[in-house]
Design a protein around this ligand. Structure first.
Ligand SMILES: Nc1ncnc2c1ncn2[C@@H]1O[C@H](COP(=O)(O)OP(=O)(O)O)[C@@H](O)[C@H]1O
Ligand SMILES: [Mg+2]
Length: 237
């Protein structure tokens, strides 16, 4: 059975329809990538899963329970955690305070110390820089804080929106390695939205390809790596 089951959802912004009849399943422990060009609807899909947008049709189940229609706070309490595009840190707060902000859920609060240790183990840099204002960190370090803040909520599913965007190649590698480590060491299920198709497929079990608000292709990472459409559209081959 799927941990996350998205069943024929349509969603958008007011009159503007963006997602059309999207179905997608994620099993417990899987890493699933969602790839697609700018404007394909990837961020809209994550916002719909996390309750920021209410779908106009279809339904979403998480661990067997219908979550479409729940508020974003209620969905966070289900341990479904969304790390939005662009990091969105509190730049005038310290690294430590930003991590604290991730732990506000009733579910995660009692495990604060344990989760903080796990974040520091994953990103030792964040322990060293605990007192530094988040806004003064490098782009790669800010992304670590954004991921660390998500980890503080003890996710069962962690959804990351373009975590490698704007980072130099060597830092991208670190971020993808950290995501792989999260799932390997904590068993966290991952939904990864990316435009870096090569690196994201390398750490994914399966992927969905979106175009103009629809899923146009799905398969295992190996299948998609060999797909002529993927090669042409995303790998420049
Ligand atoms: N707040 C918004 N209001 C209206 N339209 C939006 C809004 N955010 C995104 N869109 C539109 O929805 C479409 C999909 O955007 P988005 O989900 O951000 O794509 P992606 O994340 O794949 O780049 C685009 O056409 C975009 O212009
Ligand atoms: Mg986006």
């Amino acid at each position: 059975m799927s941990l996350l089951n998205i069943d024929k959802i349509s969603a958008g912004y007011g009159e503007i329809q963006v997602l059309l009849d999207i179905s997608l399943q994620v099993k417990e422990g899987e890493v699933v990538s969602i790839i697609g060009a700018n404007g394909a609807g990837k961020s809209t899909l994550l916002k719909t899963i996390s309750g920021l947008i209410v779908p106009s049709a279809g339904s979403i189940q998480f661990a067997g329970e219908t979550i479409s229609g729940m508020s974003p706070d209620e969905i966070v309490e289900q341990a479904l955690i969304h790390i939005p595009e662009g990091r969105r840190l509190f730049s005038l707060m310290t690294v430590y305070e930003n991590l604290e902000m991730g732990a506000y859920s009733k579910r995660a609060e009692p495990n604060f110390e344990k989760n903080l240790q796990a974040v520091h183990q994953l990103f030792p840099r964040l322990q060293e820089r605990g007192k530094q204002l988040a806004g003064t960190l490098s782009g790669g370090e800010q992304q670590m804080v954004a991921i660390g803040r998500g980890m503080m909520a003890e996710p069962r599913i962690l959804m990351l929106d373009e975590p490698s965007l704007g980072l130099a190649p060597v830092l991208k590698k670190d971020i993808f390695a950290a995501i792989k480590k999260i799932t390997d060491e904590h068993g966290t299920t991952i939904v990864l939205v990316e435009q870096d198709v090569v690196n994201s497929l390398a750490i994914s079990d399966r992927a969905y390809v979106m175009e103009q608000g629809q899923v146009v292709l799905e398969g295992t990472s190996a299948e998609l790596m060999g797909d002529p459409h993927i090669k042409k559209a995303f790998l420049g081959l």
